[in-house]
Design a protein. Structure first.
Length: 331
């Protein structure tokens, strides 16, 4: 007799919009927002792309009344409490913690157990069913790499994402004039359907502001997408970017002002051959953030979730009451 599969419930109010087969699972048109990317692609990877796991995955627009339930923070109101048969696994990227979820998944490694992000994360250590963990963001589904025939020339410089997430200084005619002086074409790729296409890119800007804000709720995805696609990258001093550079030793330049960025672009153009060689070295350093590694991380997490659900369900009522009380504290 075959072993009964463990059911993982994915909750999404937009569940009807997911791909329905393996051929569509990596089509970028289905992942037009971060919520779709983080949650829907995780479901699709387990449902269609790699079946080497013991789980039955289902996605629903109705919140299940029992079991392990995976959702994105942006689709669940903050005061929802799990009953004694539910274990909430909340994906936090771009958002803060869900107050009552037992398991919180962050996509920025510097935010794990970080008092500056949430003092409440330390309360997790009091309960055997609670956990905060880091899992990297999936690379952009359907990633199209830079065309090799472009050679080592740095001509097209791009920002991939919504324009409002680009430093305001780079949304001006003055910046376009600087780019003309640098003899580069600067473009903002704001259409989500084009976020996977790096075929014509020569340099990617991974930056949201020049004020050195840490952005603890943001991943380093712009950097890893560019490097997986074979494109050099310039980044700002966000916490996740500095983690890659200083902890993982991924080699890329930092710019925290327009003048610094101009200097970096000049240097990259003058040393283009060396910059593209760096990309190949960097790809080896970020291998732990590819799809296979992320799939393995989620498999481990889901397996641990059933143990956590058992502990939650079998905890005395007083323990669950205390958990809710502590999580509701405002500090």
């Amino acid at each position: 007799m075959s072993r009964e599969k463990l059911v993982i419930h994915f909750y999404s109010p937009e569940a009807r919009d997911i791909p329905r087969n393996n051929a569509d699972a990596t089509n970028p048109i289905y992942y037009s927002s971060g919520l779709h990317h983080w949650l829907h692609f995780t479901f699709c990877y387990f449902k269609y792309i790699d079946l080497d796991h013991p789980f039955e995955v289902v996605i629903t627009g109705e919140m299940p009344d029992e079991g392990v339930i995976v959702f994105h923070r942006g689709w669940v109101e903050g005061e929802l409490k799990p009953n004694d048969r539910q274990l909430f696994v909340c994906l936090l990227v771009d958002y803060g913690r869900h107050r009552f979820s037992q398991i919180q998944v962050v996509h920025n490694p510097t935010s794990v157990n970080n008092f500056k992000v949430s003092a409440k994360s330390f309360l997790d250590k009091l309960f055997p069913f609670a956990k905060e963990t880091f899992i990297p963001s999936w690379p952009q589904p359907g990633l199209i790499p830079r065309l090799p025939e472009r050679g080592y020339e740095i001509k097209n410089v791009g920002f991939v994402g919504h324009a409002q997430n680009l430093p305001i200084e780079l949304r001006t005619s003055a910046w376009q004039s600087r780019c003309e002086e640098l003899k580069v074409n600067f473009q903002i790729v704001s259409e989500a359907s084009k976020w996977a296409d790096f075929s014509q890119m020569d340099l990617i800007l991974a930056m949201r502001s020049f004020d050195k804000r840490p952005y603890y709720n943001k991943p380093f995805l712009k950097i890893t997408n560019a490097l997986f696609a074979g494109v050099p990258v310039v980044a700002s001093s966000e916490s996740s970017h500095l983690y890659l550079k200083n902890v993982k030793r991924v080699d890329f330049p930092i710019a925290d002002s327009v003048e610094e960025l101009v200097t970096v672009i000049k240097s990259v153009k003058e040393n283009a051959t060396q910059e593209f060689k760096k990309v190949m070295s960097n790809q080896r350093l970020i291998a732990e953030y590819d799809n296979a590694a992320i799939f393995d991380a989620y498999k481990r997490l889901f397996q641990e979730s059933f143990t956590a659900l058992h502990r939650w369900s079998n905890s005395p009522k007083f323990v669950r009451w205390l958990y809710f009380k502590l999580r509701a504290l405002k500090f």
